[in-house]
Design a protein around this ligand. Structure first.
Ligand code: C2O
Ligand code: CU
Length: 527
């Protein structure tokens, strides 16, 4: 194993991912941020230098952070925010392999661009010899307005009840906005090249697809090329013999690896990432940015070496054969090695997600009747889980925190509402034992405990429930939340306080404590 060093300078830079120019919260001036590549077992040392003008943190989505909970990047829960003009170094080892990503966990900064892919190779990957090249594709919704004014509209007295609507779809940070539309402004660049991936006829390619959206459910496909699914969020999978995947559904924060066989006639083929608008809450004249025109479909190019680079693809799109707004058909993929869910459950939680306006008539999400308060809505929240003197964590009695003692854990999440929620668990991958209709606790779907798919982000369909299991083998404070950023900001977050007696004995490393001191003085100056 080696130690890999990265330096991330966070700064706001004007970029035009889809042609439309806007300030982008960038890493080293790039959107998406630089690719982190490592091998299983390596250590990552990432120095983050914050020049955004605002505090920030970085979360490493899907990474277990075993023994390093304080580098999980959740402000207030596991670390203090990194103030402007301060640097902080994340330092952790990688026990996993597969397709991950990193993003700011501070307010909605990741919606403004602060994100990038994180790929971990495994020398023992069962598919290592099944492909010749490894490509990363991010797909994302994109907003022409910075998130701050959008968030303001989600607080009283401006609240209209509806999520900001994306303006565009991007493939690997590139989209096609119509620069002649009146909203385009005078800096629109009509010549953004579509994301292009070169292949050689006869070869096989691994594509790692990451949905980095704030809000959006996507379908992903490559014309004329079926996709063999081999990885789900770090877990190798195999496709059921009879299944062919041509169109892949991904909700916010979900990832897949697929193998593509370049066995078609030499030419150019469209890569497609489509925002499925019917899976979003309907756009009404209450919707923030109701009037903006949207191009929900992004295209990229699969280019066979030898084909004319200037001729546009004439390929046609695969039809969708599954239920839109839902996850990949659970009968289509199986774990590569059966990995049974923990059979003995010592901690069982029922979490009920609801939506209700509060006294100010601001809509809020509740999990078991309590709403997580994002940072800054309440000054004491900057240190939700950090002791006053920052020597360690402490268990605070907030309603959105749940004690998770040692043993097997089962979470039953009930979603009685009309929206889809892609739920993500920090610090673990979980066995997805079931997704079922209805929210009647006496009428749950049958659990697959034998060979469920293991992942870290799952779609919870409307008026449905999911059942997940995992082993509490990673003491720490782990967030469990919907990954739709607009829902996070309305409080759809629970905190799982895993093995509280063990982690409250932990002393925070000096650098984490020093950061809190710096944040304290920064915060006082702001006031
Ligand atoms: Cu990728 Cu807490 O999230
Ligand atoms: Cu949600």
């Amino acid at each position: 194993p080696t130690t890999r060093y990265y330096e991330f300078e966070l700064k706001v830079k004007k970029l035009s991912p889809d042609g439309f120019e806007r300030p982008v919260w960038s890493v080293n001036g790039q959107y998406p941020g630089p690719l982190i590549q490592a091998n299983k077992g390596d250590r990552l040392v990432i120095k983050v230098i914050n020049r955004l003008g605002d505090p920030a943190t970085i979360h490493w989505h899907g990474i277990f952070q075993r023994g390093t909970n304080w580098y999980d990047g959740v402000p207030g829960q596991t670390q203090c925010p990194i103030p402007n003009r301060v640097s902080f170094t994340y330092n952790y080892t990688l026990e996993q392999s597969g397709t991950y990503w990193y993003h700011s966990h501070f307010l909605a900064q990741y919606v403004d661009g602060l994100l990038g892919p994180l790929i971990i190779q495994d020398p023992d990957d069962p598919y290592k010899n099944s492909y010749q090249e490894d490509y990363v594709v991010t797909i994302s919704d994109w907003y022409h307005s910075p998130s701050a004014p959008l968030l303001v509209q989600r607080t009283a007295p401006h609240y209209t009840g509806f999520n900001p609507y994306p303006d565009a779809a991007l493939i690997s940070g590139r989209g096609q906005y119509n620069c002649s539309s009146p909203a385009a402004g005078k800096h629109c660049n009509p010549n953004v090249k579509p994301a292009t991936y070169n292949v050689q006829k006869g070869k096989k390619y691994r594509f790692r697809i990451i949905n980095t959206s704030a809000y959006t459910y996507f379908t992903f496909s490559i014309d004329n090329h079926p996709l063999q699914v081999i990885e789900v969020e770090g877990t190798p999978v195999k496709q059921a013999n009879t299944s062919t995947v041509t169109v892949l559904p991904l909700h916010t924060a979900q990832r897949y690896s697929v193998i593509l066989h370049a066995n078609q006639p030499i030419g150019n083929y469209y890569i497609r990432a489509n925002i499925i608008e019917s899976c979003l809450a309907p756009r009404t004249n209450n919707t923030i940015n109701y009037n903006s025109s949207i191009n929900p479909n992004a295209t990229g190019i699969l280019h066979y070496i030898g084909a004319d680079s200037y001729s546009k693809p004439t390929s046609t799109e695969y039809p969708v054969t599954f239920t839109l707004c839902r996850g990949i058909d659970s009968s289509a993929i199986r774990p590569y090695k059966p990995d049974p869910a923990p059979a003995n459950i010592t901690n069982s939680f029922v979490l009920n997600v609801t939506f209700a306006p509060n006294d100010d008539d601001v809509g809020l999400f509740k999990i078991n009747n309590s709403t997580f308060e994002p940072i800054f809505n309440n000054p004491t929240n900057e240190r939700i889980m950090l002791k006053e003197d920052y020597t360690g964590f402490e268990k605070t009695q907030n309603a959105y925190g749940y004690d998770v003692p040692y043993g097997g854990v089962e979470i039953i999440l009930l979603n009685g509402g009309l929206a889809n929620h892609p739920f993500h668990l920090h610090g673990h991958a979980f066995h997805l034992c079931g997704v079922g209709q209805g929210i009647d606790i006496n009428n749950l779907t049958t659990r697959n405990l034998i060979d469920p798919v293991v992942r870290d982000t799952v779609i919870v369909p409307p008026q449905s429930h999911i059942i997940i299991r995992y082993v509490a083998d990673n003491p720490g404070v782990w967030a469990f939340h919907c990954h739709i950023e607009w829902h996070v900001e309305l409080g759809m977050v629970a905190q799982l306080i895993e093995r509280p007696t063990e982690f409250s004995n932990r002393t925070l490393p000096d650098d984490v404590r020093a950061l809190c001191m710096q944040y304290d003085s920064y915060y006082k100056k702001q006031k």
